[in-house]
Design a protein. Structure first.
Length: 257
């Protein structure tokens, strides 16, 4: 079940944002088995351990826009992209990967925040090419209108993905790359930030911003009130101590283009 709410943020009342709430009304218990991963929280306020699982519901969320069109900001215009298609090779510090287009809030938020930006792209990569090509083929069939019930295959495809776990690498990675003219007149440059994390510690990264903001709130720092995208409150330098705790490394490179 999907519920979609539209609202105007206080920071930009002329803009309409969407909030989608997905409620899983079917998967209450696992009938096909789950692959569990250890997860732990250890900080000044709370310590706990748990097992998290890659399950059918997670894949169903991915499949919800598989082969479906969504809008991306490209060359100064809103254009259509297709979920888990538009394959390209990206270079990570953990190796080369095939990456495909994904529908995420960043695609709408970044053009609003960074005025003058010409293109915003977000891609996700699977470690094994055969997994990615499988998704691409399913997306292509769905795009041309074949009535494949992909969401119903989530459990089977979850088992298929689990066959590769034993051969998976020990690290995962991400990269953020921007291209533009230097403010000092140094010409057009590409600046790329790379992150490498132990394979089981990647889920810690999305939590770090919430932890850092909670600490600032605990110190009595005042933030803007209201409903708006949580952007621009933290600097990359503030994440460094958290990265170090989880043996996450980063680096920056800059090249002329």
């Amino acid at each position: 079940m999907h519920l979609v709410f539209k609202f105007a943020p206080e920071s930009d009342p002329q803009t309409t944002l969407k909030l989608k709430v997905e409620v899983n009304t079917r998967e209450h218990t696992s009938l096909h088995g789950l692959k569990s991963y250890p997860f732990a929280v250890d900080n000044d306020w709370y310590q706990a351990k748990a097992e998290i699982a890659r399950g059918k519901a997670t894949l169903e969320a991915v499949f919800s826009y598989l082969g479906r069109a969504f809008l991306v900001w490209r060359k100064g215009q809103w254009r259509r992209a297709w979920g888990w298609m538009e394959l390209q090779e990206i270079r990570l510090d953990v190796g080369a990967r095939l990456a495909a287009a994904c529908d995420v809030p960043d695609l709408e938020l970044f053009p609003m925040r960074y005025k003058g930006v010409q293109t915003v792209r977000f891609s996700a990569a699977r470690e094994f090419g055969v997994q990615h090509l499988t998704l691409w083929c399913l997306a292509a069939f769905r795009r041309i209108g074949l009535p494949f019930p992909v969401a119903r295959w989530a459990a089977s495809l979850n088992r298929f993905a689990g066959m590769f776990d034993a051969a998976a690498g020990e690290k995962g990675g991400m990269r953020v790359s921007i291209v533009g003219d230097r403010s000092d007149g140094g010409g057009c440059m590409r600046r790329t930030w790379q992150l490498t994390a132990p394979a089981m510690d990647g889920p810690e990264i999305p939590c770090m911003a919430a932890i850092l903001l909670a600490r600032r709130l605990a110190r009595g720092e005042v933030f803007q009130s209201g409903a708006f995208p949580c952007m621009g409150f933290l600097t990359l330098l503030e994440f460094a101590p958290e990265f170090a705790c989880w043996r996450i490394t980063t680096r920056m490179e800059e090249v002329a283009v």
